[in-house]
Ligand binder design. Structure first.
Ligand SMILES: [Cu+2]
Length: 164
């Protein structure tokens, strides 16, 4: 058996620790991998919040996000954003396809989960729970960190017009 030096062992150990940290917010559900999950902090009086995440499907069949819910909001809707004559407009989507061997990313200004009728403000540093329901893979409960507000100019999409 090969003997490792103290330094080699240390490097190996640190590598494993780093891998553990990198995977801290990753969730697996069947062939789906969900990561980069976070919600935006809200200001007092704000009734809606937004959450973002990335879903990767390493499987050979398509799956579909069909519902989402959270204990901090009365409903959670899937929205897409599009620029229309210089104004961002949100559209309510009833489901989100996650094609085989693909990665679907939610981000500010694009796809997002809208937390409607918040029951409490979302403070930076807290965590909330979000439950996602997929057509094939079923349900998964995520622990979602609340991150700081965007600079003011990037907050604009929060106040934009809604189209259903
Ligand atoms: Cu929205």
């Amino acid at each position: 058996m090969k003997q490792y030096s103290m330094t080699q062992r240390m490097v190996l150990f640190l590598g494993l620790v780093a891998m553990g940290l990198a995977n801290a917010e990753m969730t697996r559900l069947g062939s789906l991998q969900i990561d980069d999950v976070y919600a935006r902090a809200t200001v007092p009086g704000q009734e809606v919040g937004a959450a973002y995440l990335t879903i990767e499907n390493s499987g050979a069949t398509m799956d579909r996000l069909i519902a989402a819910s959270s204990t901090v909001a009365r409903s959670v809707l899937l929205h897409s954003s599009q620029m229309d004559q210089g104004m961002a407009r949100m559209h309510h989507e009833t489901s989100l396809d996650i094609p085989a061997h693909s990665r679907v990313e939610m981000k500010p200004g694009g796809l997002h989960l809208m937390l409607q009728d918040l029951k409490q403000p979302l403070h930076e540093g807290e965590t909330i729970h979000l439950t996602l329901k997929f057509e094939k893979s079923g349900e998964v409960k995520l622990t979602v960190p609340v991150k700081s507000l965007l600079p003011k100019e990037e907050m604009a999409p929060m106040q934009h017009e809604m189209t259903y």
